[in-house]
Design a protein around this ligand. Sequence first.
Ligand SMILES: [Zn+2]
Ligand SMILES: [Zn+2]
Length: 383
Amino acid sequence: MGGDRAAALVLEHPRQLVEREMAVPSVGDDDGLLRVEACGLCGTDHEQFTGVLPASYAFVPGHETVGVLEAVGERAARRWNVEQGDRVAVEVFQSCRVCGPCAAGDYRRCLVHGIGDMYGFVPVGKKPGLWGGYARYQYLSPDTLLHRVPERLDPVLATVFNPLGAGIRWAVTLPGTGPGDTVAVLGPGIRGLCAVAAAREAGAGAILVTGRGRRDAGRLELARRFGADVVVDVEDGDPVAALVKASGGLADVVVDVTAKAPAALGQAVALARPGGTVVLAGTRGSPETPGFWPDLVVYTELRILGALGVDPASYRAALALLASGRYPFETLPRRRVGLGGVAGLLLAMAGEGGDETASAHEDDAVPVHGVVEPWADGASPDG
Ligand SMILES: [Zn+2]
Ligand SMILES: [Zn+2]
């Protein structure tokens, strides 16, 4: 591929996503090149786009990438256990494999990489620039972590590997959710739906999901199809009362995947049983926590756990669960776009999409799952 150029989207400043032809890097012994088939979009993407999330401009965003290995070095292929032509999912974090945290399996805190150079966050100034999935090709550094995608899984559906890996780690692995446990999930976006599926898969008892307002009405109905028993719109319902009514008690595990919902922490604590576990994964975007009374944590001896990212075991489990077809991920309200449609889709996901007067169509305007297909033309809305 040496000398070739290919299209990529560069976020130069907030809200300024520019298509550029970038040099396609040649591959040595230790690295690889991915032909990007699909890249999933999550809350992080629209927060990068609008500038809510601090970022090092300019960069190629996209951190939920699935594609085919266009080229792979000999040593890299051995290390990743892959061959050219394999379909793979790329982890967000890179790992040097030898520093203290990496050696201990805690590679999200890698001393060489860490949170500073996750895929979809690295400035284009760092060679070779193609560090994200909003591009026809993505560079795979020697420290990349890859997972082979099961054969039967199509690339668009496979991009759910990231939110579902998160759902498995946040709703099951970290809190230790087991058969019969009562689980409450705050937030019915894609991560919430994934958390529900993960908890259901782990054999949870009653599962409650909360949302807020009109936009979430459809998502709460969707949550039932992923295994939720009770859904509550917190604008007009009391989730604690609903949970007690449904399960006879409070939650063993509460998973908060809300975004920019400062009051959710107070609600999470209120929903947890004494000695229960609260997993905080959604970022609040503010230090304020209205309704949160720290003394309650003392009196009830709650465990409050922060969750950042996923781990290899959860990614593998996510890909297997997607391939199993046991949950209706295929039918998620989904919008697929080519590079030309990304900015519009990100605005829609940020809740700024289209005609503000068209509130009757608000649910349609905010898809649960957004996907970029860099080889498709323009915007092609597709259920
Ligand atoms: Zn994401
Ligand atoms: Zn490391």
